[in-house]
Ligand binder design. Structure first.
Ligand SMILES: Nc1ncnc2c1ncn2[C@@H]1O[C@H](COP(=O)(O)OP(=O)(O)OP(=O)(O)O)[C@@H](O)[C@H]1O
Length: 326
């Protein structure tokens, strides 16, 4: 439904669900796989502090399909937050390509960036206090971004806010302030706030980091619902294995690069039950560079250089020291 004052048609929940179905159909056709809803190519971010340069991202490659639910993992300092800050429009990369929903994040004007942050992407941060305003009720918190963007007002905003709180399972919290909610309830409200303006992509930085296991599962369930019901592409940075194990693809970042990824597929076992098969891949960039898993490097004490042999169906990597020892 649209009011005469609204500049653009505002979809209701049913329309968003239809849009999600259309996106799923488009995905099945494979066009998005080629384009990528989120694309990073050779992404570099250098921080300069007191004359010292820190390479937080060193040529990171990433492609995420429209409607995907992706987890990003990595040790502390590997560059996860730097990546998320860039993708959510809070920070600008030093070099490379970063494109989200067709928008080039390097060439954006300040005005485009504001619009991008209000309408194209939503975020949920680890610190619950960063997601919700303490003096507003849950319902008012969800309404606020709609009012700020001028997208929905009055009754329309209120009804939509209630729908979203219901969708993430915290409709009963509508009239409470954040201090009257548990950590998990606050984060589920934060998910509703983040999707209030129908973003294309939702970024969540450690959204379950401060929660116990069962509460974390509820918050992750809310992200999953948003992904499945509304077709929003969701990227979650997490240390939580329970979260990382539940998504189809987990990308691991090491030293500012995408090092490896785990893909999970469902398979029917011989007894008819469904089992999940996980396969780990190293990520190869456009120049043919890849990182060997740290465990492989340690197991064979690989260092400095390795020997490569091309075999008919694989590439062999052997310690380079053998040659000097001969
Ligand atoms: N504003 C900044 N100024 C200088 N260095 C920074 C800045 N932000 C990040 N870094 C450095 O960049 C690297 C990557 O940091 P980042 O916060 O992205 O890692 P992370 O994987 O998110 O870590 P954590 O899991 O601990 O949050 C680190 O070496 C960090 O010290």
């Amino acid at each position: 439904m649209t009011t005469t004052t609204d500049p653009a048609p505002v979809p209701d929940l049913a329309a968003l669900q239809r849009r999600a179905a259309a996106r799923a159909a488009e995905r099945a056709g494979g066009t998005d796989r080629l384009r990528g809803h989120i694309v990073c190519e050779g992404l570099v971010r250098i921080f300069k502090t007191e004359g010292v340069e820190v390479f937080a991202l060193q040529g990171l490659e990433l492609s995420v399909d429209r409607g995907e639910l992706l987890a990003i993992v990595g040790a502390s300092g590997s560059g996860k937050s730097t990546l998320l800050n860039i993708l959510s429009g809070l920070d600008t990369p030093t070099a490379g390509v970063a494109r989200v929903a067709g928008q080039d994040l390097l060439g954006m004007s300040a005005r485009d960036r504001l619009n991008y942050r209000r309408r194209v992407v939503g975020f949920v941060w680890q610190q619950t206090g960063r997601n919700l305003l303490p003096y507003l009720t849950a319902l008012e918190n969800v309404e606020l971004p709609m009012r700020l963007a001028g997208r929905r007002r009055g009754r329309l905003a209120r009804d939509r806010a209630r729908e979203l709180l219901d969708l993430v399972g915290v409709g009963y919290c509508a009239d409470r302030r954040p201090a009257q909610l548990s950590g998990g309830e606050q984060q589920r409200c934060a998910v509703a706030v983040a999707v209030a303006n129908d973003p294309e992509v939702l970024f969540a930085d450690e959204p379950t980091g401060e929660l116990d296991e069962s509460t974390a599962a509820e918050v992750f369930g809310a992200l999953r619902t948003i992904n499945a019901e509304l077709g929003v592409t969701v990227v979650v940075v997490t240390h939580d294995h329970a979260v990382a194990d539940q998504v189809r693809r987990t990308v691991a970042i090491r030293d500012g690069r995408t090092a490896s990824e785990v893909r999970r597929t469902a398979r029917t076992a011989s007894d008819g039950s469904t089992e999940t098969v996980s396969e780990e891949y190293a990520v190869l960039d456009r120049s043919g560079r890849m990182q060997l898993p740290a465990a492989f490097v340690d197991a064979l004490s690989l260092r400095d250089r390795v020997r490569l042999n091309l075999e008919p169906d694989h590439v062999e990597v052997r310690p380079g020291q053998e040659a000097s020892g001969e």
